[in-house]
Design a protein around this ligand. Structure first.
Ligand code: ANZ
Ligand code: ZN
Length: 841
């Protein structure tokens, strides 16, 4: 691991170059040690009564340390958790490491070290960085998914699903990454490329392990409504699950015994079918293809194998296909229509065959145009002449034509009726289809939890009994990717006696997708030391579900869907208290490089947190991350922004040092306040109100802006009232600046608080605003002339239009405009402004 700091640091120093009066980093270590020793943030789930479970997506220890994105996500979540604790909640906020998986394995291969050594080292390094960040969460029972004490129970999750018919090995077309040399779940393929490495992905037919998430499709969809989740994520899951309602309709093949079915969402268009298209890889195709067409069909099938699914689905792609020589018989009228194959039909969706209606489906239309097939109109738009030629597919509703006895009825009615009528003879049935596929969980890689299955010649596939778990991942394996599971080459592992009959069998050599590890980790935290069960029932029913989950939006359709499924399956078996694991969800944004592009080593636009912490301290970095970004949106790193945050931190430090006498004493609350004092108290209570509302909603940037306003108002008060300072008010304000800032600058605030308090600032309660201070006697109002601001006047809170006008006229800055003019209109906004519209008298 190389740790190059100097060159960038120097460059950075020149750019930012803020000289700090207060050495923030000097006090940080002290408080970190202090918090640790006092056990202040230690929590024991056993003792919690009314838990508030905050969860943040745990990091992969695959890179060599925490980067700026981690700081942003974890540092500010620590701030949020501190805030919730100050609000009086019994916060439970655990942390661990998602240590198995391809990124960790690829890192290990690149650096030529065993993944166990490199991930353990990275985990330790990251823990040290977390410590330097000054976080209040801790690493409960060391949840590290790559340790046997954890993956024993990942294997238990597999076994539990298996026993309940939710895990199954089956042959299926799968995505194969040519570079990672392993299969990928559909969700891990983005635009035909591997989500991890960006290499090409091809389709292979392989026998693999699947979790049957499709059995839960409806519930996963329906529950979405009840979740307090970002609407975009809900929409994405909705789409991914992709429920579509229609019918399955049976067609016969002329001269063959076998019939086939099509899935359609538009049974109303059945009279418009002029041909049928099969997915080229559909196994029936070669059965009915005629001898004359066989060569062309086989050639086309071969060609399709090399195509990516996204390209096949693209509407822009020109349509290709081949006639099979066979004819299908339309069940509604006995009409014989040609059977084609075309790559726009996918084998994995519906039945793998479609009834083509070129008059009313865009893709069928393009296909028919390409091959000169008949385009027949069966739905008439309102006002359309029946004989008008279709220039493009009419995909909406209308009234039926060319549809025998159904002519004249509306297509919406037809949709139901035709299915009902055909169902009499068993030729059609209502059908719901989902885009969601079963979750492919086996990987041909080393760094994952072994699948607890032994294959026996006599007994077949046998589950490893729970008492024999974990199936330990062996250490000495040549783990470079070859396409074949590395565990196969390890005889000590591969050969194992059958748990049923004792005969020598062979172990399953694939490992589990890392998303299996992360699909249940939130259940392990509260009971992480349990070596008898994955998680005890009492504690799980008390601590779950998670109240607030925070993580990146990129997990919308993978982790978040998988975890919901696993939780739901475990719920059905009585292991967890709720169907849904995460009641409320927030996504943080992403910190980009200074150039606005995603930070990456290859682009050279990374900004390393360590250098900033080294020079300015972790509180200043955290303050900048809070202030410089909308947490949910993220944005580009800016040294200018860092500069202004560090200046602010330093100014506050100076103020507190210069005015430390006000923090020290004990001052009595006066009977009444002067108008200057009231103004300051107004800003104070307004800030408390605003910071509370904004922090709650993760609006850390506006929270800090309000604290800045408070700082400014305080400085101004001290400057202008130097001779008549109200000590009580100043103490109130200074103490509250510390309390409001404490989640964002924990060490710094603890340090200043400790000068005058025995107990920690984090044992305080969050300040509350008082409504009475939010009503000002005097307000300042803008005076505008013809829409342009000319003065600001101080008036009584209750002053009406005439009174304000009179006071405005007394101001020389205003009166000079009034000379020789006539006021034609007064626009008055109480408490805000008066705008005088003038014209020459
Ligand atoms: C006839 C028809 C007529 C269709 C019409 C549409 C409009 P969603 O909504 O995505 O479920 N389809 C069915 N299986 C397919 C497959 N394996 N590959 C490609 N396309 C397939 O889409 C369902 C529609 O997509 C089905 O309804 C079918 O075309 C097509 F005027 O059937 B339709
Ligand atoms: Zn056996």
């Amino acid at each position: 691991m190389k740790f190059v700091t100097l060159p960038t640091l120097r460059k950075f120093g020149q750019k930012v170059g803020v000289r700090m009066a207060f050495e923030f980093k000097d006090v940080e270590k002290k408080w970190q040690d202090n918090w640790k020793q006092s056990g202040m943030f230690d929590v024991n789930p056993e003792e919690m009564e009314d838990k508030y479970y905050i969860l943040v997506m745990f990091p992969y220890p695959s890179g060599d340390r925490l980067h700026m994105g981690h700081w942003y996500q974890y540092g500010l979540m620590d701030s949020w958790a501190r805030y919730q604790r100050l609000q009086g909640k019994q916060v439970y906020f655990p942390m661990g490491f998602d240590a198995f998986g391809l990124p960790a394995e690829n890192y290990a291969i690149k650096h030529g070290v065993h993944p166990d050594i490199s991930t353990t080292k990275n985990v330790n390094y990251m823990k040290e960085q977390f410590q330097k960040m000054g976080v209040s969460y801790h690493f409960d029972g060391n949840v590290d998914t790559s340790k046997p004490s954890y993956y024993k129970w990942t294997q238990w999750v597999f076994s539990t699903l298996y026993k309940n018919g939710l895990a199954q090995k089956k042959e299926a077309p799968v995505n194969w990454c040519l570079s990672c040399q392993t299969v990928l779940a559909n969700e891990q393929v983005q635009e035909g490329e591997c989500e991890r490495c960006g290499s090409e992905v091809e389709q292979r037919n392989l026998s693999q392990w699947f979790f049957q998430i499709t059995k839960y499709a409806d519930r996963l969809l329906n529950n979405l409504e009840s979740l307090d989740w970002p609407s975009k994520t809900v929409a994405m899951q909705n789409n991914w699950i992709g429920k579509s309602t229609g019918a399955q309709i049976q067609f016969a093949i002329k001269g063959h015994e076998k019939s086939f079915e099509v899935f359609t969402t538009r049974p109303d268009t059945l009279f418009g079918v002029t041909y049928v298209t099969f997915a080229p890889e559909h196994p029936m195709v070669l059965e009915f293809t005629t001898d004359e067409q066989r060569a062309a069909v086989e050639e086309y099938i071969e060609k399709t194998k090399k195509m990516k699914e996204v390209d096949r689905l693209s509407t822009a792609k020109e349509k290709t296909g081949v006639f099979t020589g066979a004819y299908a018989i339309n069940p509604v009228n006995g009409e014989e229509v040609p059977v084609w194959i075309g790559d726009y039909v996918l084998y994995s969706y519906g039945t793998g065959a479609v009834m083509a209606v070129p008059g009313h489906d865009e893709r069928d239309f393009a296909f028919a145009k390409e091959f000169g097939l008949e385009i027949r109109k069966v739905i008439l738009q309102e006002g359309e002449a029946q004989e008008a030629v279709l220039e493009e597919a009419w995909t909406s509703s209308g009234s039926m034509v060319n549809s025998g006895s159904y002519d004249g009825i509306s297509s919406d009615v037809m949709k139901e009726k035709i299915v009902e009528d055909l169902s009499q003879s068993g030729k059609a049935e209502k059908k719901v289809n989902f885009r969601l596929r079963d979750w492919l969980v086996s990987r041909q890689r080393y760094w994952g939890a072994p699948i607890p299955i032994i294959n026996c010649e006599d007994c077949g596939e046998v589950l490893v009994p729970e008492k024999d778990l974990p199936v330990v991942l062996p250490d000495d394996v040549e783990f470079k990717p070859t396409g074949e599971s590395p565990l196969k080459s390890c005889p000590d592992f591969y050969k194992a006696p059958c748990p049923k009959c004792g005969k020598e069998g062979t172990r399953e050599v694939d490992t589990l997708d890392t998303f299996v590890c992360s699909s249940w980790y939130y259940l392990r935290y509260p009971d992480a030391d349990n070596d008898k069960e994955p998680f005890g029932k009492d504690i799980t029913f008390k601590m779950l579900p998670v109240d607030k989950y925070v993580g990146g939006p990129e997990h919308a359709c993978m982790h978040l869907l998988y975890a919901r499924f696993i939780n739901m399956a475990l719920y059905d078996l009585g292991y967890v208290p709720s169907e849904e694991p995460f009641t409320s969800l927030t996504h943080q944004g992403m910190i980009l490089g200074p150039d606005g592009a995603k930070m990456s080593k290859s682009k050279g636009n990374t900004v390393s947190p360590d250098e900033y912490v080294e020079q300015y301290g972790s509180d200043i970095l955290r303050l900048y991350l809070a202030f410089g970004f909308n947490y949910i949106e993220g944005g580009p790193w800016s040294d200018e922004g860092f500069k202004s945050a560090s200046r602010f931190g330093d100014r506050v430090a100076r103020l507190l040092e210069e005015r430390s006498e006000f923090l020290a004493g004990s001052f009595e609350k006066p009977e009444s306040f002067s108008s200057e004092e009231k103004k300051l108290l107004f800003v104070l209570h307004n800030s408390i109100k605003g910071v509370t509302q904004d922090t709650e909603r993760f609006m850390f940037n506006t929270s800090i802006a309000r604290i800045m306003e408070l700082y400014n108002a305080t400085s101004e008060y001290l400057r202008s009232c130097e001779d008549s300072i109200n000590s009580y008010v100043v103490q109130q304000v200074l103490e509250n600046i510390l309390r409001l800032l404490s989640p964002f600058m924990p060490h710094f605030c603890e340090e200043f608080w400790s000068k005058n308090h025995e107990s920690s600032i984090f044992e305080e309660t969050w300040p509350e605003y008082e409504e009475s201070f939010l009503v000002l006697d005097e307000v300042s109002m803008a005076v505008m002339i013809n829409g342009k601001k000319r003065d600001e006047i101080s008036v009584s809170n209750s002053a009406g239009e005439e009174e304000v006008f009179a006071i405005a006229c007394e101001s020389s800055r205003v009166s000079k405009y009034l000379e020789g003019m006539q006021v034609v209109k007064k626009i008055f906004v109480k408490g805000k402004l008066i705008n005088l519209i003038l014209k020459p008298a």
